[in-house]
Every structure is written in structure tokens, then in C-alpha cells.
Design a binder for this molecule. Structure first.
Ligand SMILES: Cc1cc2nc3c(=O)[nH]c(=O)nc-3n(C[C@H](O)[C@H](O)[C@H](O)COP(=O)(O)OP(=O)(O)OC[C@H]3O[C@@H](n4cnc5c(N)ncnc54)[C@H](O)[C@@H]3O)c2cc1C
Length: 502
């Protein structure tokens, strides 16, 4: 992203400071700026995008959230849609769903996601401070002061000399080694699960099967393959003879592991990226500490099995951004909304740590007992369509739901499916306003006043395309149901945000 070179101020004030311009920080900063707020994004790296591919897959729910920002179709154009996940040779999980425009896993490099989000953040007016790192913070009742310094190697002539940033709220999206988390004194409990896994982006002479992501393991070797759609495949490979974390990666080692796991190396050649990384499973106990929030890898990390890390971070950002905007807009009850960020997203993060850990442990099973469990589990899964559908719902993020208040309508807290609206529109296009959307039958007039829902201007009022529908939905800006009624007579809550939400 472009910087602010030449700025000589040493102190800078903003409404929200976001620390870390990875995918989580870019989405969050872009949302807040699009909602009309002053946002400063501090990033240690020099201007420009990270060249690392890292995440390779964008799941359906994340695509829906990007659709609600008008950028999903552009992202889909950059990658290859995969309709199936094949686990351990025994289970095929189909991702297609009639209730989503995106019944697939989009395989595309992380930098494509970041490029789109960076462009959107820039256009929305986010102030970026590249080559600048946060070294500490202090918070009080009215705000947070961040202490900054030039990142190592940054050119003083091109780096702003800002030394502190004062913000009403700070969000740490600064990755798994988060300075913000440490400055808050927050632990990051968990375990290291693999010392050394290899990632490679390669060409293959032999096609491993179209339109699927494939994971296979035998005792002591696991390999995972997915096509990018541009002639390259992403490979993750692990073998029990783990090398030291920093040791060099040779294509020959990747070939060897893939051969052992799949019975072929598919004739792999021309590695455009080879790297080694280690896997931890950790989660911070609190996502909110006063005026400071943690999101993305700063809050949770786990193995890449299931391809959830970036997706979960983007969904954290979508959950938090409208709540922060409500707080900045002075919406009554916004404190409870801000608390609900932890209440809603911490359990999702914990579930992702658990499920990616289960896939990894099954795949890397070494003991005969583990292998027996794997065989039974995959045999069972293979024979149980409802269970496979549950796995698909988990992987895609489409079945995530948030806790609802007692007595709430059964849909409250669930994801709103995209529906056609009168006049030719559809729900996720309407959500692009960044506000709640109230969908009612034609007979329901706009509620008195514009106070329904949170945020400036209240909710957007839409009508079902289907004239037979009598029910009503109030959909949050992040695409979850805040309120619903089965008949046209009910009135949506006109009152504070806290009543709309668990
Ligand atoms: C090999 C590999 C494969 C992966 N595959 C997948 C996948 O298929 N699907 C998936 O969903 N996820 C995957 N992940 C995980 C995914 O890459 C991360 O979950 C994702 O990048 C997290 O995004 P983030 O924005 O939270 O953090 P990051 O992307 O880590 O961004 C944090 C940013 O903060 C900056 N920063 C750090 N400290 C400071 C500081 N003190 N001051 C200022 N800036 C700072 C960093 O420079 C960085 O730009 C993979 C990860 C790896 C390593």
C-alpha cells in the first residue's frame, strides 16, 4: 500500500489504529474507512504486498463476506474453484450447496486476496504507515496510545517520523507473534504440533484428478495437493523424519514424501516456491481487553489442514468492523456489541483449532492404534452422508452460527442466505451499504424513524422478490440474522444494538 512519506508529525490521532496489514487488518481497516471513520493502518513491511503465497484457499463463507463488499467476483476470476475435498483416500466431501453462490473452495494465492483488500482499503481512505512497527501500547479510559518506531532497514527519508498514535480503539492484526498481544500481557496457550512441514508450489506432469483437493497419508508421510488453476499445484508435505525448522528445502525431499503418501510424485518439477514452517495450535483467552482487540493469527493459530487460518481471520474482521463502527457512531448499547465480538468469535476460533488439529493428527498418525482410528473414522465418514455434509459446512464456514438470546427466533444468529429482492437486487448486494438490511413483505412500510438496526442511517429496507413471503429478516452487516419474524405484523426492534444480538 502507498505510504505517507514526507509526513513529519511525531504524534498522530485517529479513531481506530489497526496494526498489521495482512488480510485480517486490510479487511477491517477497509470496512471502517468505508463506514466513514478515520483509520490508520500500521505495517512493519515496506510498501507493497507480501510475496508469500501462504494461504491458498478461500472458503464459501469468506467469499460471501467479500461479496457483501463487492469484491468476490473479482477474486473468483483469479483462481480455480474446487468442488470436492478428498480426505485420506476414503472420504469425498462435496462442497456444492444450493444455498450459496459459492459452493466451492476457491484456490488462489493469499497475495491475490491481499491485493484486492489493499485496493479497497486505499480507495476508502485508510491512512497507511508502512515500514513502521508498533513497539508497545498504553490504554486508559478514553483511548489507546501506540508507540511506534521505524522498522529495521526502513529508509528514514521515506518513512514518516510519527512516534505515537492515539486512537479510540486499537485492533492487533499483527500475526502469530503479535506485539499487541504481548504488550497486553496476554498469554497464547497451546502446543507445537509439527516441527517442520514443507510447502511447495510446483508443476505436475501427471494430473492428480481434476476439481479436488486431495489429502493422503500413510504411516510417517502425509501430502496434500490442490491445483491453483494456472498450471501450478500447492503441495504440503510432512514426513516423520522431520528436518530442523530452518533447514533448506529440496524439491527431491518433497517428491519423496509425496511418493510415499500417494504412491506417485506426479512428476513434479519447476518449484516456484519452496518453504518450511512449523505448526502450533494456540488461542488467546480474551479477544477484547478494554479498548484493544485481537483478530486473525494474533488471536489464534493452527495447522493449515482444512485451510482455515486466513478465512477465520477475515471472518473475525467482518464480525468486529461493524461493531466498532457502531461504537464510534455512539450507538447506545455498543459496549455490549463490542463484548459480543469475543463471545461470538472465540468459540469459532476454538472449533477451528480443534478441527484442523484432528485432521492433522489423523493424517500424521504413526501408531497402529491411531491408524486403526483413522481407518474406522474414514470408513464411517465415507458411509455417513449427514456427517460429510457437516464436515463440508464446517470447512466452508457456511454452518457457523452465533449464540442467540433466549426466546429468539430460530434463525437469529444464523447466516443469512443470499435471497432475491424486489427490483432485481439480492441480499448480499444490498449488504454492500455496510448497514443492517431489513427484508419484509411489500405490505410492511419502512419502520417509523430510521433507527432500526445500528450504524448511521439505520437499516436499509428491502422487500422479498417472492410476493408470497410473509416473514421478515433483519440482517446484520456481517450477514447474520439479528432478528426474524414469521409474519408481517411483527415489528423489528427499533432500540439499541444490544437488543439485536446475543
Ligand atoms: C505455509 C502456510 C500455508 C497456509 N495456508 C493457508 C490456507 O490454505 N488457508 C488459510 O485460510 N490460511 C492458511 N495459512 C494461514 C494464513 O496465511 C494466515 O492465517 C493469515 O495470513 C493470517 O492473516 P493475518 O492478517 O491475521 O496475519 P498475517 O498475515 O500474519 O499479517 C500480520 C501482519 O502484521 C505485520 N506486523 C507484525 N508485527 C508488527 C508490528 N509490531 N508492527 C507493525 N506491523 C506488524 C506483519 O508484517 C504482517 O504483515 C497458511 C499459513 C502458512 C504459513
Amino acid at each position: 500500500m502507498s505510504g505517507t512519506a514526507g509526513t513529519r508529525t511525531r504524534h498522530h490521532a485517529t479513531e481506530v489504529a489497526v496494526v498489521g496489514a495482512g488480510p485480517t487488518g486490510l479487511l477491517l481497516a477497509g470496512d471502517l474507512a468505508a463506514a466513514g471513520h478515520r483509520v490508520t493502518l500500521v505495517e512493519r513491511r515496506a510498501p507493497g504486498l507480501s510475496p508469500l503465497t501462504r494461504a491458498f484457499g478461500v472458503h464459501a463463507r469468506t467469499l460471501e463476506l467479500l461479496d457483501a463488499r463487492g469484491i468476490a467476483d473479482d477474486l473468483v476470476d483469479t483462481g480455480a474453484p474446487l468442488g470436492e475435498v478428498r480426505l485420506f483416500g476414503g472420504v469425498t466431501v462435496r462442497l456444492a450447496r444450493p444455498d450459496s453462490r459459492f459452493g466451492f473452495l476457491l484456490v488462489t494465492p493469499q497475495f491475490q486476496v491481499e491485493a484486492l483488500l489493499a485496493r479497497r482499503a486505499r480507495a476508502a481512505g485508510v491512512r497507511c504507515m508502512p515500514s513502521t512497527e508498533v513497539s508497545g501500547l498504553a490504554q486508559d479510559g478514553s483511548g489507546v496510545t501506540l508507540h511506534l518506531r521505524r522498522a529495521p532497514g526502513a529508509d528514514p527519508a521515506n518513512t514518516p517520523a510519527v512516534r505515537t498514535v492515539r486512537a479510540q480503539y486499537v485492533v492487533g492484526t499483527d500475526g502469530h507473534r503479535s506485539t499487541i498481544r504481548r504488550a497486553l500481557g496476554q498469554p497464547f496457550p497451546g502446543v507445537s504440533v509439527l516441527r517442520s512441514m514443507v510447502v511447495a508450489d510446483v508443476r505436475l506432469l501427471e494430473d492428480p484428478g481434476e476439481n479436488a483437493l486431495t489429502v493422503r497419508g500413510v504411516r510417517g508421510a502425509v501430502a496434500f495437493l490442490a491445483p491453483f488453476g494456472d498450471g501450478y499445484h500447492r503441495v504440503f508435505a510432512w514426513s516423520a523424519e522431520e528436518r530442523e525448522p530452518g533447514s533448506p528445502v529440496e524439491l527431491a525431499d518433497v517428491r519423496d514424501t509425496v511418493w510415499r503418501a500417494h504412491g506417485t510424485d506426479y512428476g513434479m518439477y519447476d518449484a516456484r516456491w519452496l518453504s518450511r514452517f512449523h505448526c502450533d495450535e494456540r488461542q488467546v483467552p480474551q479477544y477484547r481487553i478494554g479498548r484493544v482487540f485481537l483478530a486473525g493469527d494474533a488471536a489464534h493459530i493452527h495447522s493449515p489442514a482444512g485451510g482455515q487460518g486466513m478465512n477465520t481471520g477475515l471472518q473475525d474482521a467482518a464480525n468486529l468492523s461493524w461493531k466498532l463502527a457502531a461504537a464510534l457512531d455512539g450507538v447506545p448499547g455498543a459496549e455490549a456489541l463490542l463484548d459480543s465480538y469475543h463471545d461470538e468469535r472465540h468459540p469459532v476460533g476454538a472449533a477451528v483449532v480443534r478441527s484442523s488439529g484432528t485432521i492433522l493428527r489423523l493424517a500424521t498418525a504413526e501408531s497402529a492404534a491411531d491408524l486403526a482410528r483413522l481407518t474406522v473414522a474414514t470408513g464411517l465418514l465415507g458411509g455417513l452422508p449427514p456427517l460429510r455434509r457437516r464436515i463440508a459446512g464446517r470447512l466452508s464456514g457456511l454452518d457457523i452460527r452465533y449464540p442467540a438470546p433466549q426466546g429468539a427466533h430460530r434463525l437469529v444468529g444464523r447466516r443469512a442466505v443470499d435471497v432475491p429482492l424486489r427490483g432485481g437486487g439480492r441480499l448480499y448486494a444490498s449488504l454492500r451499504a455496510g448497514r443492517h438490511v431489513l427484508v419484509t413483505p411489500d405490505s410492511v412500510a419502512a419502520p417509523a424513524g430510521t433507527g432500526v438496526g445500528v450504524g448511521v442511517g439505520g437499516a436499509v429496507h428491502e422487500h422479498w422478490a417472492d410476493p408470497g413471503r410473509r416473514d421478515q429478516w433483519l440482517v446484520r452487516p456481517d450477514g447474520y440474522l439479528a432478528w426474524a419474524a414469521d409474519d408481517a405484523a411483527a415489528r423489528p426492534p427499533l432500540t439499541p444494538a444490544a437488543e439485536l444480538i446475543a
